[in-house]
Structure formats: C-alpha cells, structure tokens
Design a protein around this ligand. Structure first.
Ligand SMILES: Nc1ncnc2c1ncn2[C@@H]1O[C@H](COP(=O)(O)OP(=O)(O)OP(=O)(O)O)[C@@H](O)[C@H]1O
Length: 263
C-alpha cells in the first residue's frame, strides 16, 4: 500500500526566552545568567502512515502534537530529519484563518476556499453543501464582523471539511462547535475515513479516537512514546473512561472534549 506520510527522525526546536524587556535581558547577560533555553518540541520522531489509515495522536498538553501536525501539514519545516507527504493535505487546523471581517460570509467562503487551494469552479460546485453544513443561510450576506465566534468557526469548518484531500488532518478544532454541530462534524469525518482518505487526528478524547482511528501515536515531551493499537495506546496513557475528572497516570482526559464517546 502507498505510504502517504513519512516522518524520519524529525526534530523541531524552539527557543524559550526568560526575559521580556531589553533591560532585563541586558541585566541578565551582565550577571552571566542564562537568557534562553532551546528545547525540542518534536524530538527525533519517526513513523509512516499508509494510504487509508486513520491515525490518532495523543499526549499531554505541550507534548508536541500541534507542532508535529504543523510539520506534517507543511506549515513548519523540521530543523533536522525529514517529513514527506503525498497528495493534497486539508483539514481542521486554524480553520477560518484569513477571514476578512469586512466581507460577508459568502465572500469569505470563496476567499477561504481559495486559501485552501480550491478553484472557483470547485467552490461553486460545493457551495450549497458548504452553506448547508455551516447552517448560516440567513447570515450568509452579513459581514463576518457581526458573526459570533461559533458562527465563524462553523463557516471555517464547513469550508475545510469540504476540501477534497488525500490526507485530512484535524487538531481538536471541533471542540468549539455546539453539540449538534460536533455531531455533524463527526459524521462527516467518519465519511472521510470511510472514503479511504488518510486521516491524522489529534485529540484528548479517547472515545473519539477509538471511534475514528485504527492506530494511535502517543507523544511524551516531543518523543514518540507509543505507536500501535488504539486501546493499548489509551491504556498506555492510563486513561480511565469511567472517571472523567481524576488525574491519572500520564494525564487528565475527559470523554467529552471534541468528539467525545457520548456523541
Ligand atoms: N512557535 C513556538 N515558539 C516557541 N515555543 C513553541 C511554539 N509552538 C509551540 N511551542 C512550545 O512547544 C511545546 C509543544 O507545543 P504543542 O503546541 O506542539 O503541544 P501540544 O501537544 O499540541 O499541546 P496541547 O495539548 O496543549 O495543544 C510547548 O512547550 C509549547 O510551548
């Protein structure tokens, strides 16, 4: 089967600066104190994803999930190692990025679709489906400046989720929609997986990962700590489904963030 994502020894470092003002920085330097630290947000990560696989990515806050997703989506390049992908990548990352508040929902729909690589003809073909999905009919010709944050999110999701892609990546963006909208997104993501599109899904919700994914990657402090069966990975994380609020083992999870199991 074709390999769609190939990540080899990928490392991405960030600089953590300890001082905010120039004065603080100068004082720290004069006193011979450390002014910054370099750390690996993604640390020597290697894995590959085959066509049609649905991969979940879990880990504690700050473990490097979003950074890894940015490497896969091409938003960032690794400092060392390599990240190769095949085909068109789309997904729910930074949905609605590039919205112009002075333009109407309709104009922003076309603008956003263009940013995501859709031609005008493709957007016109999918227009009704996108509007229907966003459920913003009455407000389509209202300036986006007057949209609630939920309405903006719906429009952004509706466009992103309708882009034809070979690899679909989603970064827990679904957590902001209301319950019926989350349900709609879940159904659409199921359809995307069923249609054979490769899925890369970042979530803190074990239920959602169980429902959608056939394999799980777990990041710990930037390193790939687990790669395998979803249930085994969730057990590795020591998540207890029956106890939403308790902090256990490697982290705290609730079953109702994003696409929780209860949907
Ligand atoms: N642009 C950046 N510059 C500096 N540090 C960054 C940058 N982006 C992320 N980091 C740091 O890298 C680490 C990993 O962040 P990342 O957002 O990838 O984690 P995450 O696993 O997605 O977390 P969460 O579950 O909270 O979304 C964190 O310590 C974060 O502060």
């Amino acid at each position: 089967m074709t390999t769609m994502i190939k990540v080899d020894n990928a490392t991405k470092s960030f600089t953590l600066s300890y001082h905010r003002s120039l004065k603080q920085l100068a004082l720290a330097k004069a006193r011979g104190r450390k002014t910054h630290d370099v750390f690996n947000a993604v640390d020597d990560v290697t894995f590959s994803v085959k066509e049609g696989e649905a991969i979940g990515l879990m880990g504690l806050n700050g473990s490097g999930k979003s950074t890894l997703l940015k490497l896969v989506s091409g938003v960032m390049r690794p400092d060392s190692g390599s990240v190769l992908t095949r085909g068109r990548i789309a997904g729910l990352i930074a949905t609605g990025a590039g919205f112009d508040p002075q333009l109407t929902g309709r104009d922003n729909l076309f603008l956003n679709a263009a940013i995501l690589g859709m031609s005008r003809a493709e957007t016109l073909r999918k227009f009704d489906e996108i509007v229907d999905f966003a459920d913003l009919d009455k407000f389509l010709d209202t300036e986006v400046a007057y949209y609630s944050s939920g309405m903006k999110a719906r429009l952004g999701f509706a466009v992103a989720i309708n882009v034809d892609a070979d690899i679909f990546i989603a970064d827990e963006a679904l957590a902001v929609g209301d319950r019926p909208f989350k349900r709609k997104c879940k159904k659409r993501m199921d359809e995307i997986v069923q249609s054979g599109v490769t899925m890369f899904y970042v979530s803190h919700a074990p239920g959602a990962v169980r429902n959608l994914c056939s394999r799980l990657l777990v990041l710990e402090k930037g390193r790939l700590a687990f790669d395998g069966d979803v249930d085994e990975g969730i057990a590795y994380l020591q998540y207890d489904d029956d106890d939403d609020d308790e902090v256990k083992g490697r982290g705290k999870y609730t079953s109702d963030d994003g696409l929780g199991a209860d949907i």
